[in-house]
Design a protein around this ligand. Structure first.
Ligand code: ATP
Ligand code: MG
Length: 158
């Protein structure tokens, strides 16, 4: 399915913004009507839902979750950042492994199976993109992913 990524992404963010019960604010840098992507919308929704759920799970009271979409080197670059507890440097790459969870205490407290990001990685790769994380322990985490896109040509079809 061909969708405009900003519209698609904003709709998912809206859903979380309306239903969240925590005191966490959202900040968006999402351009409108520019970037068309050919995606399986159900699967991409699942990916983004998991990343936002994680960001909210680990956000402190009064924290901010930042969303951004921009073009970089011929791809769309999407990021979702939180101000949560972060992930120790030596564990950052492993969060995309199946069943991997950073620590047991955290896992017991937060629930979940540890599959979300492993599935996200498979789905992003299947769409021709990449996904990775940057984190500073105690400061916060950013998840990035890329997707191939097509530019709106401004009405070739009238
Ligand atoms: P599931 O998504 O299957 O319900 P989960 O959220 O534990 O379970 P993943 O989404 O795969 O699993 O995340 C794997 C682990 O990475 C988490 O258990 C957590 O330890 C760590 N993690 C993921 N996102 C964040 C984040 N935003 N801040 C801190 N830790 C994170
Ligand atoms: Mg998860």
């Amino acid at each position: 399915e061909m969708v405009e990524f900003g519209v698609f992404f904003n709709r998912i963010i809206d859903r979380f913004e309306m239903s969240k019960s925590q005191n966490v604010s959202f900040e968006r840098k999402v351009p409108k009507s520019q970037y068309f992507v050919e995606i399986d919308t159900d699967k991409l929704t699942q990916v983004i839902d998991n990343i936002i759920s994680n960001a909210l799970k680990y956000s402190p009271e009064g924290g901010k979750v930042r969303f951004s979409v921009r073009e970089k080197e011929g791809e769309l670059l999407v990021s979702i950042s939180d101000e949560g507890m972060g992930i120790p440097k030596e564990n950052v790459e492993r969060i995309f492994d199946r069943f991997y969870r950073v620590d047991r205490a955290r896992s017991r407290a937060m629930g979940g199976t540890g599959l979300g990001l492993a599935i996200s990685k498979e789905m992003i790769n299947a769409h021709g993109g990449r996904i990775w994380a940057q984190s500073r322990y105690g400061k916060g985490t950013s998840i990035y992913f890329t997707l191939p896109y097509e530019i709106d040509d401004g009405g070739e079809w009238d």
